[in-house]
Write a protein that binds this ligand. Structure first.
Ligand code: ZN
Ligand code: ZN
Length: 392
């Protein structure tokens, strides 16, 4: 099936899909609370003649579509459904009706585009094998994909490969970016507890001050990346929290610092852990304090496999022309839990241009909105990708 065929079919359904997207945008739900969204997804899938399986990883929904071309491989197309704890600043008619919750990352658009693709493909399943539509919960920090994998996703759906897509503000509408290799960074979180001896603010010599030591530690940690890592390696270490004290006249006994590390190479995470702990211990010793560091694994880096990325690029080029498919875009230091699927199977995660990022239309901004104009393109891309990979 030609890419142009899918695009024409998609354009004919565009106005209905906008309504779906606005419905989802108006009712955002946070990680693992996507009940209304999941019910909406399941209802639509049923209306296409599919049999959705609900309750995967809590609120996830999956449906399998068999091609009419007979036996063939199984592939998965994945969208995320969760919103963010952001208070929407937009005032248009479809703005969030849930105080403090917002689709500020465009997962309403992702869900709509995958539903739209399911609708197109269910009407014309011109492929051999099967397509698994994956609507996952909790992409934003909750690790919904990890939970799906832990609950046996690959045993239940033995897919050969998986594909993901994220809208990208700043990339023009009508363009794609396809990375061969790293596309999104890996993350780790750290928490540092400093313990000293609390005392009267007027008698500092009788205590061990965690505030002064903590300030020195924040400064010292700036050298982990700048002095210990090859400058050609992309790494970020950010201290994002520093909690200590409750009174103006008390030197507190404890301080807690926290932050995040972002990188692509697994060995860098090992190196940064060692350096942060070494420097932390050195600073604590210098000030006569005790220190404890805890690490939380976040998301692994999202690394596209070359062959699957090449297929995505081919399909995107058939839709928008090769000149509108960027292959050399630098990766993002943001993270993405599609990485958990890619730890087990080959696949690729592409960016679809969301248009200009002016006026605060940035991911996670209270001014963001998914660009409805790209709904048909995204849906056609999914349908064309499935029929290209599973050519009958
Ligand atoms: Zn996000
Ligand atoms: Zn997102």
């Amino acid at each position: 099936m030609e890419a142009g065929h899918w695009l024409a079919r998609a354009r004919a359904r565009e106005s209905i899909w906008r309504e779906w997207r606005h419905e989802l945008h108006a009712h955002p739900e946070l990680a693992y609370e996507e009940r209304r969204t999941a019910a909406f997804v399941a209802r639509q899938l049923r209306s296409f003649g599919l049999e959705p399986i609900e309750g995967l990883a809590g609120t996830g929904v999956v449906a399998v579509l068999e091609g009419r071309g007979g036996d063939g491989p199984m592939i998965a197309l994945r969208a995320d459904m969760d919103a963010l704890p952001v208070a929407e600043a937009n005032t248009f008619a479809h703005a969030s009706r849930e105080p403090g919750k917002m689709h500020a990352c465009g997962h309403d658009g992702h869900t709509t585009m995958l539903l739209a693709a399911a609708e197109l493909l269910a009407a014309e399943p011109a492929f051999s094998g099967s397509v698994v539509f994956v609507f996952q919960p909790a992409e934003e920090g909750g690790g919904g994909a990890r939970r799906m994998v832990e609950e046996g996703f690959f045993e239940r759906f033995p897919v050969r490969e998986l594909y993901g897509m994220h809208n990208w503000p700043g990339l023009p509408a009508g363009q794609f970016a396809v990375h061969s290799g790293p596309v999104m960074a890996g993350t780790e979180r750290f928490r540092i507890a400093l313990r000293g001896r609390g005392t009267h603010a007027a008698m500092p010599h009788l205590g061990k001050d965690v505030v002064v030591a903590g300030a020195a530690l924040v400064q010292a940690l700036q050298t982990v990346v700048s002095r210990q890592v090859d400058p050609l390696q992309p790494v970020v270490l950010s201290v994002t929290q520093f909690h200590a004290g409750h009174a103006f006249n008390v030197i507190p006994e404890e301080a807690e610092l926290a932050g995040t590390v972002r990188a692509f190479a697994p060995e860098l995470f090992v190196r940064i852990r060692e350096e942060l702990e070494r420097i932390g211990k050195g600073v604590a010793d210098a000030f006569g304090l005790s220190l404890r560091v805890e690490w939380d694994e976040g998301y692994p880096p999202t690394i596209n496999t070359a062959a699957e990325a090449a297929r995505c690029a081919e399909v995107a080029a058939a839709l928008v022309g090769a000149q509108n498919v960027r292959r050399e875009e630098p990766p993002s230091m943001g993270a993405e839990d599609f990485a958990f699927f890619l730890q087990h199977r080959p696949g690729a995660y592409v960016w679809i241009g969301n248009g200009a990022s002016e006026g605060g239309c940035l991911l996670h901004s209270p001014h963001y909105d998914f660009n409805d104009e790209i709904l048909p393109l995204g849906a056609a891309y999914w349908a064309a990708l499935a029929t290209h990979v599973l050519a009958a």
